[in-house]
Design a protein around this ligand. Sequence first.
Ligand code: GDP
Ligand code: IMO
Ligand code: MG
Length: 469
Amino acid sequence: MTLDQTRDPLLDSKVLRFRVGADCTNVVRYSDLNGFREISVAATCVIGLQWGDEAKGKLVDLLAPRHDIVVRYQGGANAGHTVVSGKEVYKLHHIPSGILSSSIMNVIAPGVVIEPNMLIKEIEGLEARGVQPRKNLMISERAHVVMPWHFVEDRATNRAVIAGESIGTTNRGIGPCYRDKVGRTHAVRITDLYSDDLRTKIKEIVDAKRILLSPLAEPAELETLDADKIYDQCIAWSKSLGSLAADTTNYLLDELDAGKKLLMEGAQGSLLDIDHGTFPFVTSSNASGVGVSGGSGVPARWIDNVIGVAKAYSTRVGGGPFPTELNDATGQKIRDIGREYGTTTGRPRRCGWFDAVAVRYTARLSGIHYLSLMMMDVLSHFDELYVCVAYELHGERITRFPCRAEDLKHCKPVYEKLPGWNQDVSGVRKLEDFPLNARKYIDRISELISVPVGVLSVGPDREQTIFLI
Ligand code: GDP
Ligand code: IMO
Ligand code: MG
């Protein structure tokens, strides 16, 4: 471990000032390093700043009642967003995390890839628990459909390795569906489920896929691709989803014109962004703030409040470089206390210290106005904590996040040591009630990423949240 000796971590760090008006949906006033600003907000975004699972679902559920519409705009059933309401725990994959607020519309926009079987199961699962998602859910006719052949392709390509490592996808058909969307020839959109030539389209694609996939897939996997059965399945999907399919693009534009407030719910995290993340160990969509406009159809000029969500430490599921990963008892301790197991796949999440180099990069990339720092309670019982403030790459100290996964793999974290607080903070409800060392930890992260902290989370429940706004 390399420690940064250039700074005394016990020095009082400069607390970044931060203020937001009482009605967060109308006016945000904040002051950051660039001075005091006041803006009117039409669309607020919640964006993950790490490798996903930053607790975006919890924050979206909490902010939803201050908005009119919640929008999911990228990713698909690879996402697993947890919302805890009293004793009830909801795990959402496609459906936006505003669904528990019955007066708020929830939109699945064109940039999402929809797996209808799972979406229908999600809807039915909610209905069985007394939620009525069919009353306040819309899905875009433009969204692409994850078809059975995409699962075959995802499993087959997942068996391949890149530079000795597999991407370790969620096996939800995400990459292959986005690949067909960009390729266009073999794509199926929600609107196609209602078209007269659906049977012909399915037959043509299945014939092509059986040839294209035969060198990669097992014969038994190819056998599952039966055009007639898939057509029947599509008809069942179209009947079940029929009333939900709509032109969400024009709907959102109309609602914005009418002064409605939108909450954009990012999936995955900025380091998994297809263009700006740790490629090729990423997902297939723009999971950072840059993806909001393209995926939703909401022009950038409406998007004026971006909240970055990060854990007080780091996690990653699947393959790829992770400089601050702890393959030791400390990593296991974080995993155990934080219950760090995948919401979608159940895989153990890789755990490590907070990486300020990575989060400073993603905070800038996603253009965040303030940080929501989650899981502070998980760090309750540590004598000392480490924050990565730079990397050492081939003997050189760098603070710029590298572009190549291969370089990131060779980056050794340079750590700053901070004292732990050795005190349970899960019951803290006011900033002033945090132990001094916890406040110093928060301040130091804020300072390192040059963004004020607006929300703190000390547990999964709604009330375990401290809004500094
Ligand atoms: P998402 O994909 O970003 O929505 O996050 P996930 O739902 O996959 O993972 C976050 C997990 O942490 C969920 O199980 C949440 O219930 C839980 N959680 C949220 N906030 C906190 C917190 O402050 N402390 C702890 N201990 N757990 C939290
Ligand atoms: P939420 O929205 C964490 C990871 C996978 C894999 C890589 C590519 O819950 O934060 P994919 O199936 O998308 O092709 O897999 O991305 N991944 C996630 N990791 N949280 C997620 O979503 C993820 N969605 C995809 O583990 O490494
Ligand atoms: Mg998740």
